[in-house]
Design a protein around this ligand. Structure first.
Ligand code: SAM
Length: 295
């Protein structure tokens, strides 16, 4: 007779069977993991130091080869052209990273960084306060100094960025007001690097989120988004964090339907697939778009 058996074998393993012939072993941890939301998974597994080590650490970070040069080159060209400037820039989903803000601090004197996770805000503040256990971004800052013709030394550049970052705030980009209960004054520029694919569960949510970010901008303000194409996970230590695999064709539609004027769009195919088990993105994209209206 068929019946459901659920035997507790140890504090970690459950055996389930509908007829006791074919046993399926599930760990309690697996079962509990499957019920975690994306945000709960991030809170549990996104250790900023581990993320930095796997992604950006000197000589070994997997994003150093193609992603970092793609981001730094595009942002350098953009900010040095003088076409995007103003007083305030809001960075969404900064994590514990600062590499993407180095070029921006030439054009914006008032930068707000933000993230969903408290552990990232803590790590970000360590770098801003030059605490002994801060993350070392100097190798990447040097690349920006090189792009700018070495008019400033790495330490000068880092201090300039530290002076420009006025606030480090908690945010949830999926909320109507991502900074609730705070209401931020509209910014001249919103920047978002590797966050939307991590936050959004599907393309429809990505489109809604992009549209909603307009509320954080002044009329005529710019949004700059850099992210990955067809990426379904990235790893933090041995844990895989799921992401939303965005297709190239979805990107243009999201910004056009979101009510922006697209000023520039770039994409690049990933060439080195050797570390695909750590993150399976196929390429990267860069979008610069403008909220209609006069500044
Ligand atoms: C792959 S990391 C990128 C971090 C950093 N921007 C970078 O380029 O290295 C994704 C970041 O998005 C943040 N994130 C995920 N969901 C979010 C949400 N709903 N609101 C704000 N940030 C979120 C995570 O906490 C994490 O810091």
């Amino acid at each position: 007779m068929e019946f459901l058996a659920c035997l507790l074998m140890s504090d970690k393993t459950v055996i389930r069977s509908s007829n006791l012939k074919g046993l399926i072993c599930l760990s309690i941890e697996d079962t509990m993991e499957a019920s975690l939301t994306k945000q709960e998974l991030l809170k549990k597994y996104f250790n900023p130091k581990d993320y930095y080590d796997i992604s950006y650490a000197k000589g070994k970070g997997i994003l150093l080869g193609e992603w970092v040069p793609f981001v730094l080159k595009n942002l350098h060209e953009l900010f040095s052209s003088g076409s995007v400037k103003g007083d305030t820039l809001t960075d969404i989903g900064s994590g514990s990273s600062i590499y993407h803000l180095v070029s921006a601090c030439r054009s914006f004197k008032n930068i707000t960084t933000s993230d969903l996770l408290e552990q990232n805000l803590i790590q970000q503040k360590k770098w801003l306060n030059k605490e002994p256990d801060m993350l070392d971004w100097s190798e990447i800052v040097q690349i920006v100094c090189d792009l700018e013709g070495n008019s400033e030394k790495v330490e000068e550049k880092e201090d300039k960025l530290r002076r420009a970052v006025r606030d480090v705030l908690k945010c949830d980009v999926l909320k109507k007001n991502p900074f609730e209960p705070l209401v931020l004054p509209p910014a001249d520029c919103v920047l978002c690097c590797l966050c939307l694919e991590s936050a959004c569960k599907d393309v429809a949510t990505y489109c809604d989120t992009v549209k909603n970010l307009k509320n954080l901008l002044k009329p005529g303000g710019h949004i700059i988004v850099l992210g990955t194409i067809k990426n379904s996970y990235y790893s933090v230590k041995e844990k895989r964090i799921p992401t939303m695999p965005l297709k190239e064709e979805d990107i243009k539609k999201a910004y056009t339907d979101g009510g922006y004027e697209i000023l520039r769009m770039e994409s690049k195919r990933r060439e080195d697939l050797s570390l695909i088990s750590i993150a399976d993105f196929q390429g990267f994209y860069f979008v610069l778009a403008r909220k209609p209206g006069k500044c």
